[in-house]
Design a protein around this ligand. Structure first.
Ligand code: NI
Length: 208
């Protein structure tokens, strides 16, 4: 009985030692991983595009460099998801000082270019702030930019409904002044959390 217990004790101690070694190894690999990742953990999003803004001008990604860009993809007929996301964006921007806000382009890009003409875009975005930019284009142009941001969208026809709906992903993208992605905000984020990230990125922009 006693000998058996002793053996079990030795096995337990050995297992504990092995797990300790494995655990330390795990922590060390995590640590070196995080050091390596500083620049690589940024999402690879964004790219060149040609679209039309809400006042009918042809624009490209170059027109929005030099400031941070807060980008959301949706459509003006959207009953709830888009207005919610754009309201969060507007609330976050309202929490900034005018000086901070001047360094950010809030951009709404339609995934429903068939209905979202420049006129619709202009009437819609003014609800969220007079610095908001609305971008539309041909079906092909919208498809191109959506690919760069891994945006999903699909037209949904409902029987008996006079207007179709668009099924779409709902993320807000933060890009730096050079057009590189900083982070992606999930749907329904607290505007205060968005502000925290915006201020950190503005600070980085000012120092870099
Ligand atoms: Ni929507």
């Amino acid at each position: 009985m006693a000998a058996k217990n002793n053996k079990a004790g030795i096995v337990i101690i050995a297992l504990a030692m092995i797990s300790a070694v494995l655990f330390i190894g795990f922590i060390m690999s995590q640590d070196s991983g995080s050091h390596r990742q500083t620049d690589d953990n940024r999402p690879k999003l964004g790219g060149p595009f040609a679209l039309t803004n809400h006042i009918g001008q042809n624009v490209t990604e170059k027109d929005y460099l030099g400031k941070l860009q807060l980008i959301y993809f949706g459509y003006t007929f959207c009953p709830d998801v888009c207005p919610t996301s754009l309201s969060i964006m507007a609330s976050a921007l309202d929490l900034l000082t005018p000086q901070e806000r001047k360094k950010i382009y809030p951009i709404f890009i339609t995934i429903d270019p068939e209905r979202d003409t420049t006129e619709y875009m202009k009437d819609y975005i003014i609800n969220f702030g007079d610095d908001f930019v609305g971008l539309t284009g041909t079906a092909e142009q919208v498809k191109d930019i959506s690919k760069y941001f891994a945006v999903y969208y699909k037209r949904v026809e409902e029987e008996g409904a006079s207007e179709y709906l668009m099924d779409h992903s709902s993320y807000t993208y933060l890009m730096d002044e050079k057009g590189k992605a900083i982070t992606v905000f999930r749907h329904g984020i607290d505007p205060k959390d968005m502000v925290q990230q915006l201020r950190a990125s503005l600070k980085e922009m000012g120092s870099g």
